[in-house]
Design a protein around this ligand. Structure first.
Ligand SMILES: [Zn+2]
Length: 530
């Protein structure tokens, strides 16, 4: 059974799935893993006919702890230590910093078809909904300290209270320390040395902790959120899920202070995005928004789902990774399309098809005639080629409106990839005018291969990718030359590289007379070697 369906099958009663995010800046694509995982649990529960709600919390009472490098340092450094909802927005499009960055992230949710009920911590605090929890945790500060000590070995002084006030004088929340509570007010100090990244102003005094005057530390806040919202399922990333980590601490506080069971929990792994070029040279990065503008929504969901939650996803938007992702997706769609007995009934889907099912924005898989993505990337780089005409010509069957919808999406993705992500090595340049320099140094064996090939290609009647590919192979067999060396000679002759896209397909996009005359030119230039 697919992991999310298993969670759904085990669920009893009304479930509330929750996830959350601190909107401290541009959201990395890695954060989408949790979003998609929770969305799929939600869908699996709905699918199983169980009552369920999906909530997404914006932790905007957290402090701004660093100014991201893409923002004006001078403008934002004075706000270090402020709650994110009290920091100005980088642009006029939002009321504040938290809403600005969350807005960007929510656009990606929309794109991915993820529709949780979004709530903001500022509203929970300011409306007084968390007042009773604040009172409970302040009155049971000793139990909270005990939980920290027992679970994470973190010692807190006896006069430490689980609360942070927004300093009435300087506006910072990260620098205040509460050392007393009299049942209606807390005593706090805004300490110059509270953190090593921002200084407090030194102010101290008594103030009410209620109605938005401050916040609970996040592990404690987590417990308050679970209870006030009735959360029953919340997964957490590996960083929070280690033994003695924040989730364990929150669980212990939940049991000790509220005397309740914490929600169902399981951990998920990170997404490692490799490739330094992503974040620097071309100015494109690995933010969720940027990756969403590269991959169609189903493919981005599929990226998150084809790997089990507990396994690391290595994602680098290079040729290899991107073309494999698309190929794997198309292979599953084809498998589905070729299995009429399971169509239209998701209960009959095999386990390997479930990631495809949950990758859909809607509730059904719609088969289409696919067009190989790596070929598309090659085609887009051939000058003067009408891509759509070429695709229509090469498709074995007439293409429907939906096929074209998918193909247009793929063309856009391939163009975006070529423009923003492909490095020079990955780009294909077809040498139309002259023989590439690298083709002038072939081995005698490769030259004889090209000679035989030119001869055999003359005889090819049907100039299409499949037939050409067959000819390329049969010629190497005929001469008993290893295909690796033979194909290398072709790539060197046309693209000046040792490797390239499927060679038969590549040649099929070029004119027959051009291909044959190029082979003859290369042979001539290498003539002295025979
Ligand atoms: Zn202060």
């Amino acid at each position: 059974m697919f992991w999310a369906d298993k969670i759904a099958a085990d669920a009893k009663g009304h479930e509330i799935v929750n996830d959350s995010k601190t909107p401290s800046g541009r959201v990395h694509v890695g954060s989408l893993r949790g979003v998609v995982i929770h969305d799929v649990i939600y869908r699996a529960l709905k699918h199983a006919g169980k009552p369920v709600k999906f909530l997404y919390g914006v932790d905007d009472y957290d402090a701004l702890d660093t100014v991201p490098k893409y923002l004006n340092q001078e403008k934002f450094s004075p706000y270090l230590g402020f709650p994110l909802c009290n920091v100005p927005s980088p642009e006029d499009t939002a009321s504040d910093y938290a809403k600005y960055f969350m807005g960007e992230f929510l656009e990606v949710f929309e794109y991915l078809g993820v529709k949780p009920e979004v709530y903001y911590l500022r509203d929970l605090y300011r409306s007084g909904k968390l007042n009773s929890y604040i009172d409970t945790f302040l009155n049971n500060a000793h139990l909270v300290r005990e939980a920290y000590k027992e679970v994470s070995k973190a010692e807190r002084p006896d006069n430490w209270y689980p609360f942070q006030v927004v300093c009435e004088k300087c506006g910072k929340i990260a620098t205040t320390v509460v050392t007393d509570y009299n049942g209606s007010e807390v005593f706090y100090t805004c300490k110059p040395d509270a953190t090593n990244w921002v200084e407090g102003c030194g102010h101290s005094g008594w103030v009410s902790p209620f109605d938005g005057n401050g916040k609970l530390p996040w592990k404690v806040e987590w417990v308050a959120k679970w209870d006030v919202l009735g959360v029953t399922i919340e997964m957490a990333g590996k960083d929070h899920s280690q033994k003695g980590g924040s989730r364990d601490v929150a669980n212990a506080i939940c049991r000790k202070v509220l005397k309740k069971q914490p929600p169902f929990h399981s951990r998920y792994e990170f997404i490692l995005v490799n490739g330094t070029k992503m974040s620097s040279s071309k100015g494109v990065g690995s933010s969720a928004k940027e990756i969403a503008s590269l991959l169609p929504p189903e493919l981005l969901r599929f990226l998150m789902l084809r790997t089990q939650p507990r396994t690391v996803i290595n994602f680098a938007p290079n040729y290899e990774t991107i073309t494999r992702l698309l190929r794997d997706y198309d292979t599953l769609v084809d498998k589905y399309a070729n299995s009429p007995e399971i169509q239209g009934d998701s209960a009959k889907l095999t386990k390997d098809l479930m990631p495809l099912f949950y990758a859909q924005i809607g509730d059904e898989i719609k088969p289409y005639n696919s067009f190989d993505f790596s070929t598309l990337i090659s085609l887009l780089q051939i000058p003067h080629l009408d891509i759509k005409e070429e695709i229509a010509k090469r498709s074995p069957q007439p293409l429907s409106e939906f096929d074209w919808h998918i193909i247009n999406q793929r063309i856009a993705a391939a163009q975006k990839w070529l423009q923003d992500y492909a490095d020079e090595e990955e780009k294909l340049v077809i040498y139309l005018e002259q023989v590439p320099d690298k083709a002038q140094d072939l081995s005698p064996e490769q030259v004889s291969y090209l000679e035989k090939l030119a001869e055999n290609l003359e005889k090819v009647e049907n100039w299409d990718g499949e037939e050409l590919q067959t000819t390329l192979f049969s010629t190497s067999k005929e001469l008993e030359i290893k295909p690796a060396g033979a194909f290398q000679a072709i790539y060197l002759s046309f693209v000046g590289k040792e490797r390239g896209p499927k060679a038969g397909a590549l040649l099929s996009y070029l004119d027959k007379p051009f291909v044959i005359s190029r082979l003859r030119n290369v042979i001539e230039l290498n003539a002295s070697k025979i």
